[in-house]
Every structure is written in C-alpha cells, then in structure tokens.
Design a protein around this ligand. Structure first.
Ligand code: ZN
Length: 411
C-alpha cells in the first residue's frame, strides 16, 4: 500500500497549515526545513511524531487551527506523567462522527437500533465518540457510561437495547452477570461493538455465545480523533480503515522502515484532513499488519489485522522475547480453562520469572494441568514459566480494561 497522489496533496496541505500556525509540529517541520513532500519516498523520510512530543506540547501546543475555531478538547488519560490534549474544530468533530457512523453502518446497525453506550464520558474520547456516531446514524443512544451493572441490566431489559458498545472486559462481566441471573431471554441485544483493548478469540467466543450476538472490533486512539477510525465487516477479515481521512503505514518498530503489506509491525498514522491537531506519521505502538488483497465485501478501504499487542508489551524472559498474545494463543489450546488469565513478571533470585495464573472448574486436576501448560510454553516459546491454576471467578474482572500483564520487576 503506497500513499496516493491525492493523499500526498492532503499531507502537503496539512504541512502548510502546521507551519502557518506556528504550532508545536509546525515549528519542528520548519526547523527540519520541510515545506512539502513530492513523492511517496519523500513522505517516508518525514520524521515520526511520538507520544512524548505530544506531552511536551502540553497544554495547547498542538493547536493548529485558530482558537475561535476550536470547539472542544479531549485528553488521553496518560497512566504516567503529563496528559496529552487534542483540540478539535467543528469539522474534526463532524468528520469523526461520519467515520463512526460508517462503522455502525458496516456492522449492519441502522437508525432503528437502540445503542447502549457503556464506555466513559468525559475528557477521553470513548463514550462521546460512540454517541456522536450513533446520533449521526440516527439511532437511539442510551448513554449509560461505565459501571453500575444493576442499572445497566435494568435499562438493557426495559429499553430493549439492541446494540452493546463496551470494552471486551465489561462485555464479559455483563455476559457472566446475565447468565448468573438467568435473564438471557429478557435481553434483546443483537450486536456488540467492542473497542479499546486487545482480546483473545476465546474471550470473543465466550461473549458472542453467551449473549448470542455478533461482535465487531472498533479501532481508534485519542490522538487520532478517538474510536471509530476502523471496524471489521461481516466477513471478519480484519478492520477496514477510513483512508479518505487517514493514511496508515506499518513499520518495523526497531528500524523505523516501512514493511511490506502482510508483515507485522507498528501502526503509524497520518491524519489527512484534521484541522485542530493534525499529526504526521504518528507512532501508535500498536502491533498489526496490513491485510493484502481485496475484502470479499467489495469495500475498497484497506484492512488491518486485529491488534496483536503493543510494542512496549514485549517482555524479555530469560533472553527470550515474548508477547502476551503468544501466551494467550497457547492458553487458547486448553479447553479446560476460562478466557481469563494473568501474567506476572518478577525478579527472583537474580533472574526474571514469569508466573501465569489461569482459571478452571473444580473437576480438573490443577497440578497436572499446570504442568501441561508450563511444558507447552517451554516447547513453543523456549522457557518454563510457573503456572498456577485457580478456581473460576478468582481472577479480577473489571469494568474498564483488565490488566492481564503485571510487571513487578520495577516495583
Ligand atoms: Zn470487508
């Protein structure tokens, strides 16, 4: 996939706007002597933008449109340090809504649907993004926000919600709660639009079968509008990305070079028409790949695979590079265990150790199962973890993102 002539023109237009506004990136481009890019090769020479730069621009250094055109800001939560503030013009909000409307449409959701929105509202882009798209589509939004499972279920039943928007963790929690209460026949859900975290096929099947609904993965990040910049279609062959708004590249996270279509690497995104805070070659640290060829649905929008993890999730245990998704794939091969697991990395007796916690029901030989899992990890990845098997329900469930990898080495 190469940047098109039209997309190059759009990038040049954004470069001019950045420089004219004298914003954070405008200054950087000016210092680097960049005024335009003439070819795809030149585009690939443009410097990357990074989250730490965005933090340096705090509070409003990214603002590229005149302030009287800025209608709102959003902020990424930022688990560490300074938050990132992204200003939006009315057109940015509208463009984002249009992308999200498209996502719902691709998922087969119509204005007749009732959409229960459980992601949070506020500074971050989650709830309001789902809401914006829903209103643009003309469906009925039920803006619940997170938490209060009692009220969620009550509204879900009484308002006959047909679509659930949530994180995968919260969808699982609701699935288990609905089963526990035996109220599945009172639920009218048909589809789930799930965003914001990596999840396993096992968890997907658990939610899909438990609620009897079709599930769609939505992609997005606060720095680039928010959720809604891509979604999988009915053929479930990866997520279509709206390339009339964004240009997406996959790079080798170590060398920074673009990799051929089909190869795994880090997603890098350029906004083509964003006014409030345009970003050029923004490193997302999300791992995926471009899926070559055309989707059977006939849509021309390029596709990326489900997010495999984060470049910074990579763990090094006893000299072996490990991604949480590799452990997840191995665990998926054991039908006796639930979809929940926890990985703890610690530093014991001068070496790094991985402990894996998994859940099963009481009828299984815990020790035998632990041994089998440890052996499978050893043979597939090359080191032996400590595996602990616990009863179903012992590992934490959460309303937002569940922390599955806990690194205790630096505590
Ligand atoms: Zn498709």
């Amino acid at each position: 996939m190469q940047i098109s002539k039209k997309q190059l023109d759009q990038v040049n237009d954004r470069i001019r706007a950045l420089i004219a506004s004298d914003s954070f990136y405008g200054k950087k481009l000016e210092e680097a002597g960049i005024t335009e890019v003439k070819s795809p090769e030149e585009f690939e020479q443009l410097p990357f933008s990074e989250k730490r730069d965005l933090r340096d621009a705090y509070p409003l250094g990214l603002m590229t449109a005149p302030e009287d055109e800025i209608v709102r800001i959003h902020s990424s939560s930022g688990t560490t340090g300074t938050p990132v503030i992204i200003p939006y013009t009315a057109k940015d909000v509208d463009d984002w809504g249009e992308m999200f409307r498209r996502c719902y449409e691709v998922a087969g959701i119509t204005k007749k649907d009732r959409i229960q929105i459980t992601p949070g509202y506020g500074l971050w882009t989650a709830g309001i993004g789902f809401q914006n798209g829903c209103e643009k589509l003309g469906a009925m939004a039920i803006p619940m926000g997170p938490g209060n499972t009692e009220k969620q279920l009550e509204m879900m039943i009484n308002l006959e919600s047909t679509v659930l928007c949530s994180t995968s963790s919260y969808a699982l929690l609701l699935t288990e709660e609905i089963e526990k209460r035996g109220i599945k026949d009172k639920i009218h859900l048909k589809k789930g639009v799930i965003g914001s975290e990596r999840w396993s096929d096992k968890m997907r099947d658990r939610i899909s079968n438990g609620l009897g609904i079709e599930l769609y993965d939505i992609y997005g990040l606060t720095e680039i509008y928010g959720p809604g910049i891509g979604i999988n279609c009915e053929y479930n062959t990866g997520m279509h990305i709206w390339d009339d708004y964004l240009y997406l590249e996959i790079i080798d996270p170590h060398t920074g070079k673009t990799v051929p279509d089909g190869e795994w690497g880090e997603i890098v995104i350029t906004t083509l028409v964003k006014e409030g805070a345009p970003l050029i070659r923004y490193r997302t640290h999300d791992l995926s790949r471009i899926i070559p060829g055309k989707c059977p649905c006939g849509r021309d929008y390029p596709r990326i695979d489900a997010i495999k993890g984060r470049t910074d999730d990579m763990m090094k245990i006893k000299g072996v590079n490990v991604f949480p998704s590799q452990i997840e794939e191995i665990l998926a091969g054991f039908s006796e265990i639930s979809s929940e697991y926890q990985i703890r990395i610690s530093h014991l007796d001068g070496k790094d150790t991985m402990r894996i916690y998994v859940e099963t029901n009481g009828s299984v030989d815990f020790e035998g199962l632990a041994k089998q899992i440890a052996e499978r990890v050893k043979s597939k990845i090359g080191f032996t973890p400590i595996v602990k098997v616990v009863e179903i329900g012992v590992l934490p469930r959460s309303m937002k993102k569940t922390a599955r990898v806990i690194d205790e080495r630096f505590d």
